[in-house]
Write a protein that binds this ligand. Structure first.
Ligand code: HEM
Length: 227
């Protein structure tokens, strides 16, 4: 696995992504509430038909190419497939209205893109220009206060964990983090963090998400109890 070099600049439109694709702002990108799916779309890894449908086989390929193992992919692909009536397919632009949408999200892209919330719901929890698990935990706690719900809060913790596992940089102590520019690029434009290289095939498993999720959950609890 390669460790992305930290840069403060944002990716230019002509910078090829890790996959060899080039970032561009594609039509209807504002209808995608998930920052990861947005980045796959704006880097041409997800290619919906004219109605917005993407095959679950294509989703599986993309998730495999960013290092998620078969078990994790199976859960995500099955969840995506259940969001509409069409078998083996999901609508990339209609997930916000599907049952996969949940409480406890930052609200930055849901129900509509609201750039002002980037600071108030995420970046204000950063420290020294970085966001580690504990900072995402603080953001998740804040979101939970605005829009409570147990299922939503668990999913939100897992989503942040997956984001750090997939896109996170690794520091000297081998802890994963994203810079504030990485977070901004992902949420606002669907840009991969500059220098990002996908992790090796099958490297990210349920155990990683569970242990990362547990770390974030403990952080959330400690912050709630104000230790
Ligand atoms: C690499 C895999 C993925 C990662 C790292 C990831 C990460 C995230 C993160 C961090 C959020 C929280 C956004 C926020 O609160 O502002 C989110 C939201 C969301 N994700 Fe993903 N995601 C992934 C895959 C997927 C897949 C496969 C689907 C379904 C096809 C999906 C659907 C959603 C939806 C609908 C939301 C919005 C939830 C809401 O606002 O209520 N994600 N994701």
């Amino acid at each position: 696995m390669s460790i992305p070099e930290e840069t403060t600049g944002s990716t230019s439109d002509s910078t090829p992504s890790a996959s060899g694709n080039t970032w561009h702002d594609r039509p209807k990108a504002d209808k995608i509430s998930c920052p990861a799916l947005l980045s796959f779309y704006n880097n041409d890894l997800l290619n919906p038909d004219e109605s917005g449908n993407v095959s679950t086989a294509e989703l599986d390929d993309v998730l495999e190419s960013v290092g998620l193992n078969a078990k994790v992919r199976g859960v995500l692909v099955k969840g995506a497939d259940k969001t509409d009536e069409i078998p083996d397919s999901f609508n990339l632009f209609a997930l916000g209205d599907s049952k996969i949408n949940h409480s406890g999200s930052t609200g930055i892209r849901d129900p509509e893109v609201t750039p002002e919330k980037l600071e108030s719901a995420l970046l204000k929890f950063s420290e020294d220009g970085r966001m580690y698990a504990e900072h995402f935990a603080a953001a998740a706690n804040y979101a939970h206060q605005q829009d409570p719900g147990l299922k939503g809060t668990i999913i939100q913790t897992m989503e942040f964990t997956a984001l750090l596992e997939v896109f996170g940089r690794v520091d000297e102590a081998k802890k994963r983090y994203l810079t504030v520019d990485d977070v901004k690029g992902l949420w606002m434009d669907g840009k991969f963090p500059p220098g990002w290289q996908p992790r090796n095939s099958d490297e990210i498993g349920v155990d990683d998400l569970a242990s990362g999720g547990m770390e974030m959950a403990v952080n959330r609890l400690l912050q709630m109890l104000k230790f």
